[in-house]
Design a protein. Structure first.
Length: 388
């Protein structure tokens, strides 16, 4: 019972953040669903909020869609905006408003009436995609095969254009490719160390300007090594403190990761990407009156991100050793510290562990809450089981 106390407190704070998101949104009505597997195959006449492992939305929505999950598929029509975060996201139905989206792999293959704002490992705009406004993106890989009405802006690892861009391209990128059939109606301005690969079969109506990226000073090797070692020691000491004070939390987060993987990824992505947005909405729609609450929530959010990496690395280490305890936790954390040294890959691994850790803590909190012993009734009989 004592090991459940920190988990219950974290559950309360997580619930507070969810309420912030729901209450701050200016909607008159909403349909809210949460489960490991969710199928929405009927039309919804108001806003829809869905959270879970695998989300399949084929019904039309007469309002906004807010979704977070491990795998999200939207094939119905959305007569509003989409706010979504997840591992893999497919939008294969028309959206009349703006798409704000974050995930590992994102594919959009239908019409978006306004803008697309995305943070992704990979974002693909398929050949049938039609974006009415701007595309603002941060991604490792971006493929644009459809039609973009206005500008493309952002920071990218690689960018590949094969369709039409009605405005300018203004990006920072490692590698830029403009293929046969691509039509750029504005300027192409890019920051990169290498020249773009521009096919003779493409059409660029504006200017092409390459700007070398600013050179960032590199700290001496011994300072970088000291910083890495200090970070690793801090995570190890934190993990040891958790294992000593709250050992049950390491076991419960490992169970959440191994037994409810989809829900873990979905809730982790939702917490990571939607919490800052929820705090901002809370401040805006209360005209700053809830600023202290929002700042407290963001402070908890930052702490949870740090702890999430530790819990996720420890859970993976324990899963490898097939036992719970300090050796597995140390194995996972040291392994994570070494993998972080790999360029580019280290950043992806860190982001993945943050999502897994936040999700595992959220799922463990919920399970801890549901499994808490109920107070016996006066006649000594056990209370009837819940039907929810």
């Amino acid at each position: 019972m004592g090991n459940n106390i920190p988990m219950k407190r974290l559950l309360t704070l997580s619930a507070l953040l969810v309420f912030m998101l729901v209450l701050a949104a200016p909607v008159g009505a909403a349909t809210i669903r949460a489960n490991d597997e969710i199928v929405i195959d009927k039309d919804i006449d108001d806003d829809l909020y869905v959270f879970g492992g695998n989300l399949d939305i084929s019904g039309d929505i007469s309002g906004d869609l807010v979704a977070a999950g491990g795998n999200i598929t939207v094939t119905g029509r959305v007569d509003g905006n989409i706010i979504a975060s997840g591992g893999q996201i497919m939008i294969d139905g028309p959206v009349t408003g703006t798409v704000r989206i974050a995930g590992g792999s994102i594919i959009i293959n239908d019409r978006v009436g306004r803008d697309v704002l995305a943070g992704a490992g990979t974002l693909t705009l398929g050949p049938d995609s039609r974006v009415g406004g701007d595309v603002i993106i941060g991604a490792g890989m971006f493929k644009a095969g459809g039609d973009i009405g206005d500008d493309v802006q952002g920071g990218l690892g690689s960018a590949d254009f094969a369709g039409r861009v009605g405005g300018d391209i203004k990006i920072s990128v490692d590698t830029l490719t403009i293929r046969d059939g691509a039509r750029i109606q504005g300027d192409v301005t890019y920051k990169s160390d290498s020249d773009a690969k521009i096919s003779n079969g493409s059409e660029i109506q504006g200017d092409i300007v390459r700007k070398p990226p600013p050179k960032q000073p590199t700290p001496p090797l011994f300072l970088r090594a000291l910083d890495w070692l200090w970070s690793l020691v801090g995570m190890v000491l934190t993990a040891l403190a958790i294992a000593w004070l709250f050992p049950g939390t390491l076991k419960s987060t490992k169970q959440a990761l191994t037994e409810r993987t989809g829900a873990t990824i979905g809730l982790g992505a939702a917490t990571l990407f939607l919490t800052p947005f929820a705090a901002l909405l809370l401040i805006i729609f209360t005209v700053g009156l809830a600023l202290p609450l929002a700042l407290i929530a963001l402070a908890v959010y930052v702490i949870a991100i740090y702890l999430g990496q530790i819990y996720a690395a420890a859970a993976i280490g324990n899963a490898v050793l097939k036992r719970e305890g300090i050796p597995g936790a140390l194995l996972g954390i040291v392994g994570f510290g070494l993998l972080r040294l790999i360029p580019y890959v280290g950043g992806v691994i860190t982001l993945t562990l943050i999502i897994i850790g936040l999700g595992a803590m959220s799922v463990a909190c919920w399970s801890s809450w549901r499994q808490s012993p109920q107070t016996p009734v006066a006649d000594g009989k056990e209370p009837a089981p819940s039907t929810d």
